[in-house]
Design a protein around this ligand. Structure first.
Ligand code: GAR
Length: 191
């Protein structure tokens, strides 16, 4: 499976996936890492794994469609099978969704449909929820609305801070994302 990883920020999930590939826990070929932010830390992280990186900004294109056409070209040129979003903080349009239908996945730090969008961890604390968690899901045009693939919950303790909860959630993410992808790719290969 040839995969492309899209991220906007730190890239700890991208790193967990690249690490899992290196350790042969995830049978996939990471073809490139893309970021919509040229200063994103994920680009440095990818270099440590000798994975090709690309970065360009939507605002440097006439509109979103042109931006996504450039991305699609990159995906097709590299014969990418699956697009893995890991902290890529943009909604996808039909230019990417249609050719890659059911082959784009995302990870989100809540039990969707609860707490979609940005700062899901802050939202869970604000709501005084007893638990939150992690969802891996297919991507559609909505904000964290695609079909759920896997979810894991985590308890929110009374003394929880944003930092402590983020740490717990990320620990789950870093194990769960590579595991879920491995499972999905195995199934897809059998078809
Ligand atoms: C992750 O917690 C991911 O679940 C979240 O962004 C973080 C990125 O961290 N994604 C979303 O909130 C998507 N709506 P990372 O850059 O360290 O992987």
């Amino acid at each position: 499976m040839r995969i492309a990883l899209f991220a906007s920020g730190t890239g700890s999930n991208v790193e967990a996936i690249l690490q899992a590939v290196q350790e042969t826990k995830l049978e996939a070929d990471p073809v490139f890492v893309f970021s919509d932010r040229s200063d994103a830390r994920v680009l440095e992280k990818a270099k440590n794994y000798e994975v090709q990186t690309y970065s360009f900004r939507p605002r440097d294109f006439d509109n979103k469609q042109r931006y996504e056409e450039a991305l699609l070209k990159l995906l097709e040129k590299n014969q990418v099978d699956w697009v893995i979003l890991a902290g890529y903080m943009r909604l996808l349009g039909p230019t990417l969704l249609e050719p890659y239908e059911n082959r784009i996945v995302n990870i989100h730090p809540s039990i969707l449909p609860a707490f979609p969008g940005i700062d899901a961890i802050g939202q869970a604390l604000e709501a005084e929820a007893d638990q939150t968690g992690v969802t891996v899901h297919y991507v559609d045009a909505g904000m964290d609305t695609g079909q759920v693939i896997r979810q894991e919950t985590v308890a929110i303790d009374a003394w929880e801070t944003k930092e402590s909860l983020a740490k717990k959630v990320q620990k789950i993410e870093h194990r769960m994302y590579p595991e879920t992808l491995q499972c999905m790719f195995k199934k897809a290969k059998k078809r």
